[in-house]
Ligand binder design. Structure first.
Ligand SMILES: C[S@@+](CC[C@H](N)C(=O)[O-])C[C@H]1O[C@@H](n2cnc3c(N)ncnc32)[C@H](O)[C@@H]1O
Length: 233
C-alpha cells in the first residue's frame, strides 16, 4: 500500500509516495542484500544533497531517467542497447527494484542504477536542472477515478519539474494504455511552452521500447496503446 503524505510543489499539493515492500521472493531478497549496496540509490523523504552522478556511474555520460520502472523490463533492454548513456530507474515498489537489480547483474550491465522511492522527490531534490538527456515514463499509474487524478505523474507542476531537469533538446517519452489519461498527457505536455511535440499528436511506438508484461495485459484487454514524444526547446 502507498502511504502518502502531502507536500508543496509549485504551490500545488501533491502526494509523496513511500517505498512499498510488496511480495518479495528469495531471489529478490538476495538481490537486495548483495546488489543494493552496489547499484541502489536511496531516496530519503527529505534529501539533503544532489546525486554525484560521475561517482554513481563511475563515468560522465548522458543520463536517462526512467520513472516507474516496474519490473525493469524496459530499463534493461533499452540500457543494453544504449551503452553510451547511463540509465537511472526509479520505482516505489521494492520487489520491482530488486528484480531489476538481479537482471542487471545477470545481463552484466554497467550503465544502470536503481532508485527506490518517489520519483518526484528524486527529480526535485537530487537531480540538478538540465541534468537529463531523456525522461521515460512508460505506463505511469493512470489513477482512473477523478478524485485520484491529483496523484498522476503527468500534471502541470510535475511537467514543469520534469522539463526543467532535461537538457535543451532532451526527450520526454511517455506511453499509456489509458485513453483518457493519454488525452490529458497530450494536452498537459502541449501546454508547456518549453516543450515541443515531435509529432502532430501521438507518436508512433518507440522502436526501442520493449513490450512489458504490463503493456501486454493492456493489449490483451483490448486497450489501445498511446506513445507521446516531446523535446525540451
Ligand atoms: C503501471 S506500472 C508500469 C511499470 C512499467 N513501466 C511497465 O511498463 O511495465 C507503474 C509503476 O510506477 C510506479 N510508481 C508509482 N508512483 C511512483 C512514484 N511516485 N515514483 C516512482 N515510481 C512510482 C509503480 O510502483 C509501478 O511500478
Amino acid at each position: 500500500m502507498n502511504s502518502p503524505r502531502t507536500s508543496a510543489v509549485h504551490h500545488a499539493r501533491v502526494r509523496t509516495f513511500h517505498p512499498r515492500r510488496g511480495r518479495m521472493n528469495g531471489r529478490h531478497a538476495d538481490a537486495l542484500t548483495r546488489l543494493w549496496p552496489l547499484w541502489g540509490v536511496p531516496i530519503p523523504e527529505t534529501p539533503t544533497a544532489r546525486l554525484d552522478l560521475p561517482a554513481l556511474f563511475g563515468r560522465r555520460a548522458p543520463l536517462v531517467l526512467e520513472i516507474g520502472s516496474g519490473m525493469g523490463e524496459a530499463t534493461v533492454e533499452m540500457a543494453a542497447a544504449d551503452p553510451h548513456r547511463d540509465y537511472l530507474a526509479v520505482d516505489v515498489h521494492t520487489p520491482g527494484v530488486a528484480n531489476l537489480l538481479a537482471v542487471v547483474e545477470e545481463r552484466g550491465l554497467t550503465n544502470v542504477r536503481v532508485g527506490l522511492g518517489d520519483a518526484i522527490v528524486l527529480l526535485r531534490h537530487m537531480l540538478a536542472p538540465a541534468s537529463l538527456s531523456a525522461v521515460h515514463a512508460f505506463f505511469p499509474d493512470p489513477w482512473p477515478k477523478a478524485r485520484h487524478h491529483k496523484r498522476r505523474l503527468i500534471q502541470p507542476a510535475h511537467v514543469a519539474l520534469l522539463r526543467s531537469r532535461l537538457v535543451p533538446g532532451g526527450a520526454l517519452r511517455c506511453a499509456t494504455d489509458w485513453a483518457e489519461y493519454a488525452e490529458v498527457m497530450l494536452e498537459t505536455l502541449a501546454a508547456d511552452p518549453e516543450l515541443v511535440n515531435e509529432h502532430e499528436a501521438y507518436a508512433p511506438r518507440l522502436a526501442e521500447r520493449p513490450l512489458t508484461k504490463f503493456e501486454q495485459r493492456g493489449v490483451e484487454a483490448g486497450r489501445e496503446i498511446f506513445d507521446l514524444s516531446f523535446r525540451r526547446r
